[in-house]
Design a protein. Structure first.
Length: 672
């Protein structure tokens, strides 16, 4: 039985999970389609998914239809769970993109489309929710064509819309697919004629021979057109569009027929290429190779590594080389997964999705291969986190267990970052968005670690804007040997940190210069304004004196510290704040609102890049102004915007704001 691995992707709320349940039911895989609101679906089976009412992980579902076995990867819609989305699309052979017949193309649609482009995925586009009020197939089709790159053409048209959606019509043949055998397509005569011309143009453009014959006016047979159509869909040179309703089942039979005939198998995908140019044929007889596309932790089974077998055959007890990390693993058991259920199997062959258990050395993106013929595939590239919260353990016991629990969660999800900010001492959890961190904190609680969250403190810095000179002299006599260290330094603004000695004539022995630098570095940790670390200062030791008996390393270290503390007072010290490079992607209709909001955040807009109905705005924004940006952007764009941030540098805090920060810092110090 041929295998088809299909990723199902869409914007959040488009109805992916409902569609997957309807397909399972139509193929007889379940006796009754589950409902998201009831928590009874096959793919959304975790407690967190039932509680929140949306997909958090990729549901792996198996169904058989038309003599073909499908593995359907039902991805989350939230951009916060990009690891799941990208991993599933890359693990598949084709992608089923679902677009709401009411909302049309949204930011999430653009995002998954771009991911499918990145991995050269053939795709079928389903316009769903056609039974809903305000559903408009033709408006959404036009939206898809104008917003999404690629050869898109309607392969089916709807019979009716909204409550009257009762069937679909095949564009090439005019065949009606409806529960009512008396239904005909006479009302669609003009739309069908136009759609057929468009589809014919799209088909012949993929085949030079057909194109020449078509241009010469030759009549092309249905069999020729159908074969060329399916070949183009397999190759990803034509993206067919079909209207469906998961709620009523209308269009599902036609969709399944299109998936069986039009979506490629692993064998049809062709050879897979490694990072060094090696290739593997996607057949069971080839040397074994696989990639870990997802990792999860089951409270009962332990660590689960989801793999896509790209070539060869894997059997229990086989030694596999983790070529990404240079270690060997030997899975004792092999499983296939369906929803939450694992079924042990005697082998995993090319073109299958499988699960390996209890192998701690496997991580998302790792390649597994036959040690005798190793190969490594490209790692899964993931974006940097965008949203950060500070974690505070509720009890001492929670504090003791926090790091170990976070290690388990990070092993499962590499898009989460857990760090300690050295300047503030806070433990920071960073994720792709607010919901991402919320889910991670819920996982901590499930592991018995309770935390509270706060907005992270801003790691301000201090610097100088003028040169200055100062003497640092440490002299102490208390009987016996005393302490004596004396140095003069010159400081000036400069990029980064630099230290050098310009002492001549042996005024300070060379062995004490490193001690002076240590003292300078001690003083750099606490600036004169609010006690934040100093940066971007160049220091030169110019002169000094020493005592044959009383001078020591500690004395000159103290002298260096005193010299710097004195010098910075006269060097126009200033407060610095971190600024971030922010990139916001949202529907172009929100451009004015986005720019207006950024202006209130002291942003410097760097550019705007329109792409179809979406725009990406780049800006440099103070970190202090982005503390609640995740929630604010969601409100501003109706949850249709996404963003990324990374550190861009530091800049002066405006005087009126600097005064407030300094006063608050000093007040907090006084309270301590």
């Amino acid at each position: 039985m041929p295998f088809r691995i299909v990723s199902l992707a869409a914007h959040s709320g488009a109805g992916k999970t409902t569609l997957s349940e309807a397909l399972l039911h139509r193929c007889g895989a379940v006796s009754r389609a589950g409902k998201v609101e009831d928590g009874t679906t096959q793919s959304d089976h975790t407690e967190a998914e039932k509680r929140h009412g949306f997909s958090i992980t990729t549901g792996v579902l198996r169904l058989s239809c038309g003599g073909t076995e499908f593995t359907l990867l039902d991805t989350p819609g939230y951009a916060d769970f990009v690891r799941e989305i990208r991993g599933a699309i890359r693990a598949a052979d084709s992608t089923l993109v679902l677009v709401s017949g009411v909302s049309g193309v949204e930011v999430g649609t653009e995002r998954v489309w771009a991911t499918a482009d990145r991995f050269a995925m053939p795709r079928v586009v389903a316009i769903g929710k056609m039974d809903r009020d305000r559903a408009d197939f033709y408006a959404v089709l036009a939206d898809i064509k104008s917003s999404l790159k690629g050869p898109v053409a309607a392969a089916y048209l709807p019979l009716g819309e909204g409550a009257d959606f009762r069937g679909v019509v095949e564009v090439l043949t005019g065949r009606v697919i409806s529960e009512n055998p008396a239904e005909d397509a006479s009302a669609l005569r003009a739309p069908l004629r136009e759609a057929r011309e468009t589809l014919l143009d799209a088909i012949v453009e993929t085949d030079d021979d057909l194109m020449n014959r078509y241009l010469e006016g030759e009549e092309l047979s249905h069999d020729e057109l159908q074969a060329a159509f399916l070949k183009a869909v397999h190759a990803g040179t034509l993206y067919p569009v079909i209207p469906v309703s998961a709620a009523t089942g209308v269009g599902l039979s036609a969709l399944l027929d299109l998936m069986v005939a039009g979506m490629r198998s692993a064998r049809e995908r062709g050879p897979v290429t490694g990072t060094d140019g090696q290739t593997r044929e996607p057949v069971p007889e080839a040397p074994a190779s696989a990639r870990v596309w997802r990792v999860s932790v089951d409270p009962y089974v332990g660590k689960l590594a989801y793999i896509r077998v790209w070539s060869g055959t894997i059997k229990p007890g086989d030694t596999l080389r983790n070529t990404t990390r240079g270690v060997d693993v030997k899975p004792a058991h092999l499983y296939v997964v369906n929803g939450k259920d694992l079924t042990e199997v005697p082998e995993l062959r090319a073109g299958m999705i499988g699960v390996l258990t209890k192998l701690p050395d496997l991580h998302t993106g790792d390649t597994l291969a036959d040690p005798a013929q190793p190969i490594e595939y490209d790692p899964l590239l993931l974006p940097d986190p965008a949203h950060t919260v500070a974690l505070h353990a509720t009890t001492r016991q929670d504090e003791d267990r926090l790091s170990a629990a976070m290690s388990r969660i990070l092993d499962e999800d590499p898009t989460l970052h857990f760090t300690r900010e050295p300047q503030t001492g806070e433990q920071l959890l960073s994720g792709m968005g607010e919901m991402h961190t919320v889910i991670a904190i819920e996982k901590l609680a499930a592991l018995g670690v309770n935390v509270t969250t706060t907005t992270p403190q801003i790691p301000y810095r201090e610097t100088i804007h003028a040169p200055a000179q100062a003497q640092g002299k440490h002299k102490k006599q208390s009987g016996g040997h005393g302490q004596y260290g004396d140095c003069r330094i010159r400081i000036e603004p400069g990029e980064g940190y630099a230290f050098k000695s310009a002492v001549v004539g042996g005024a300070i022995p060379g062995k004490y210069i490193p001690s002076i630098e240590k003292g300078v570095q001690d003083a750099l940790q606490k600036g004169p304004l609010a006690g934040y670390p100093l940066q971007d200062i160049h220091i030169t030791v110019t002169d000094g004196s020493y005592h044959d008996v009383d001078s020591s390393d500690i004395a000159f270290r103290t002298a260096g510290m005193l010299a710097l503390r004195t010098a910075v007072q006269d060097a126009r010290p200033a407060l610095l704040e971190p600024v971030m490079l922010l990139k916001v992607r949202a529907p172009a209709q929100f451009t004015g609102d986005l720019i207006g909001d950024l202006q209130t955040r002291r942003a410097r807009v760097q550019g705007m890049e329109p792409e179809g109905t979406v725009i990406t705005v780049s800006a440099v924004v103070p970190q202090a102004e982005l503390q609640n940006y995740s929630a604010d952007l969601r409100s501003l764009t109706g949850d249709r915007g996404a963003y990324s941030v990374k550190l861009h540098g530091y800049q002066d805090v405006p005087e009126h704001l600097a005064k407030k920060v300094i006063e608050e810092r000093r007040g907090a110090g006084a309270e301590r």
